[in-house]
Design a protein around this ligand. Structure first.
Ligand SMILES: NC(=O)c1ccc[n+]([C@@H]2O[C@H](COP(=O)([O-])OP(=O)(O)OC[C@H]3O[C@@H](n4cnc5c(N)ncnc54)[C@H](OP(=O)(O)O)[C@@H]3O)[C@@H](O)[C@H]2O)c1
Length: 322
């Protein structure tokens, strides 16, 4: 196991250095089609979670500048208001709304969902962007390990509860979930809250991000007939408040080599804009193209029964039935 873990980290480090940095973005962007981003989405309703900072802010900005009505889901009212007014003045788009919701709390997500459903707004795009890497083992007031609560249970609950509003915009509806290249180092595990072994924030984060990719596949199969597309993506390595706080030494080591938040958000926005015929539901995207879900010889593939069992656990923990 030690050798396998060492191989996974090495493969991830080399692959990441070559592709996830700013220079990777510059190389990949030579193949981008600029017309892909000139699509306007006036009148479409988009929810972006974690929209007050980093990649989520850049995504909300990018969608607002293309005419969307954007619902910015933020946990902190003041930070959310500040981000909203900055985006409003930069884009001139008045159709921005702040929704305060702490995605580490099932109760908060459920109350957001019932408030939102009462408005009966059809949702075209849900961007599950909010996420964190907490290095110490913190338990939420509802008793869940914090990384898991936000990255997995929060993402899962938000998506499941928004399905009825997404269905209203089918066949255009889509859910974009922001995973991480870090997931390449982890297979799926049913130890969702890191209950065994010595806790490691980065490992828990990569496990969470692997689950997001498997959930996306699962949703695509389960809800494909509802006309909703499900896409996971990763932004590469971008210099954001989250990265400098959670990974200070990584941030220092790669100073000047990381992507901007806008470069990190590029694929998120691209996935929101493209005609669905171009996209593969259940796919994992990076720099506007489908990316592998596993690195060679990393033994990170799991059977379908593992994600099925994870979904059963999430349903019983969150009781998200609609
Ligand atoms: N930057 C990278 O290199 C990188 C690489 C791979 C994946 N990602 C992923 O990209 C996404 C955005 O990350 P980022 O780098 O832009 O980090 P960031 O600047 O810290 O932004 C994260 C956003 O998520 C919000 N958030 C965290 N916990 C929340 C909660 N309990 N409820 C509601 N919102 C919450 C944050 O709100 P506050 O401002 O209130 O904390 C913030 O708005 C994350 O899913 C991250 O895992 C980033």
């Amino acid at each position: 196991m030690f050798l396998l873990k060492a191989w996974r980290s090495t493969a991830f480090g080399v692959y990441g250095y070559l592709n996830f940095t700013k220079s990777g973005y510059i190389n990949h962007s030579k193949h981008f089609n600029p017309e892909d981003m000139s699509i306007k989405i006036d009148g479409k309703n988009c929810i972006v979670t974690g929209a007050n900072s980093g990649i989520g802010y850049a995504t909300a900005h990018g969608l607002a500048s293309r005419g969307a009505t954007v619902y910015m889901v933020c946990r902190n009212k003041e930070r959310g208001e500040a981000a909203l007014s900055e985006i409003q003045s930069a884009t001139g788009n008045q159709n921005l709304h702040l929704e305060v919701c702490d995605l580490s709390s099932i109760n908060d997500i459920k109350s957001f969902a019932s408030r939102f459903k009462a408005k009966d707004v059809p949702i075209h795009v849900l961007v599950n962007n909010a996420g964190l890497l907490e290095n110490t083992r913190v338990t939420t007031s509802e008793g869940f390990e914090l990384n898991f609560a936000v990255n997995v249970l929060g993402t899962y609950g938000m998506t499941e509860l928004m399905l009825p509003l997404l269905e209203k915009t089918q066949p255009d509806a889509r859910v974009i979930t922001v995973s991480s290249g870090g997931m390449y180092t982890s297979p799926l595990t049913t130890d969702l809250q890191f209950s065994s072994g010595e806790f490691s924030g980065p490992e828990q984060y990569s496990r969470n991000k692997r689950i997001q990719v498997a959930l996306t596949e699962k949703w695509a199969k389960k809800y494909g007939e509802k006309g909703i597309g499900f896409y996971a993506m990763h932004p590469g390595w971008a210099e954001t408040p989250g990265v400098s706080k959670s990974l200070p030494s990584f941030s220092q080591k790669f100073e000047g080599k990381l992507r901007t938040s806008e470069e990190g958000a590029d694929t998120e926005i691209w996935l929101a804009l493209q005609p669905k015929e171009k996209l593969v539901s259940g796919g994992f995207y990076f720099d506007r193209t489908e990316a592998p879900k596993h690195l060679p010889f990393s033994a990170t593939k799991s059977s379908n029964s593992t994600i099925d069992s994870i979904v059963d656990t999430l349903n019983s923990l969150g009781n998200f039935s609609i």
